[in-house]
Design a protein around this ligand. Sequence first.
Ligand code: PLP
Ligand code: TYF
Length: 394
Amino acid sequence: MFETLTKAPGDKILALMGEYAADPRPAKIDLGVGVYKDEAGTTPVMSSVRKAEQRILESEKTKTYLGIAGNKGFANAVLDLALADSVDRSRVRIAQAPGGTGSLWVLMQLVNRARPGTTVWVSDPTWPNHNPIAVNSGLKVATYPYFDAETRGVKFDAMLAALDRLGPDDVVLLHGCCHNPTGANLTPEQWDRVAESLARTGALPFIDLAYLGFGDGIEPDAYGTRKVLSMVPEALVAFSGSKNFGLYRERIGAAILVARNAEAADITQSQLLNIIRGAYSQPPDHGAEIIRTILEDKELRAEWERELDHMRARMIGLREKLAEAIRQRSNSTDFDFIAEHRGMFSLLGLENSVVEHLKATNGIYMIGDSRINVAGIPEDRVGDLAEALLAATR
Ligand code: PLP
Ligand code: TYF
């Protein structure tokens, strides 16, 4: 049977993780995979998460099945956190899913049931896993303009013009905040115009919300999602708890749908649950119960928000330090965009040969498209990094 198969392509980001681990040079720097790192370069369990886990260990009474839609307390807490009062809950349904990726997967499957083979429009560029998830669900993928290689900002006029041309059969995948891989994001005014365009054309917004709280804070980061949802009849949101709760390996996320009315929401949700049942039956509980425990408890929630604030401030601080170090050494503002970007990533706009050179010569690892994970910058190596970047781009 298996002789019919040929080797499938690997994931470039995950492959780079392995390459970095195998590099024996002690001064190597990992700016690759999108995992938050602290001052010590590690990714520890958050203190609020550890406390929630202790409580769960003591109070958990059963391991019986959870149900197809997952943990109900988690579901309500995530809706309050991400959507707040942007849309009437009678039109909203949610199913817990394995990570943001699992949420994207079940929602893409849902789109394909509603409109088989329709087109999902993704930003140019986007997270490299969006394409395979859509294609493996039977959908087509096309791109809308997004990153401006000159300014390293968003090509907003071109983006909006492309969105304005879409219609009710189209799906528009938007990064809710902290765009991956570019780090360039829409302003609130630009979100208003995107929401207005979607409301006018009838294209279905599908928001990937993988970094809520990693940009400017929970409320500002949720602005775009809430604005769009407040203006359109139907929408999808894939929420991830991997980054903001540091629960990467627990695989916790949520697939959220907004329908025209309660009746349509029930019908659509029945299809979503049917997809989940036919895929993995039910989600695992642990990550969901951690998030429920934190968000429902005043003290734990405050502690989690403090931890999240610290992570975000650290990333913004590293952005400012790197931009400043480059400015001082080069007398140019060419890399100031690093301080303007938000989230975990910046796309530096370097040729792949420069990326390869930095890896070979300096042991500096970034994704081949020149995306850096700013949380991976060691505080005491900002100067080294600035010098290496300047030497390689001169
Ligand atoms: N979407 C984007 C844009 C991401 O960067 C990630 C990264 O991990 C995900 C979705 C999915 O995250 P996970 O499946 O680990 O929750
Ligand atoms: O973009 C990143 O680095 C993160 C982590 O298949 C990731 O989103 C990367 C690749 C992948 C899953 C997660």
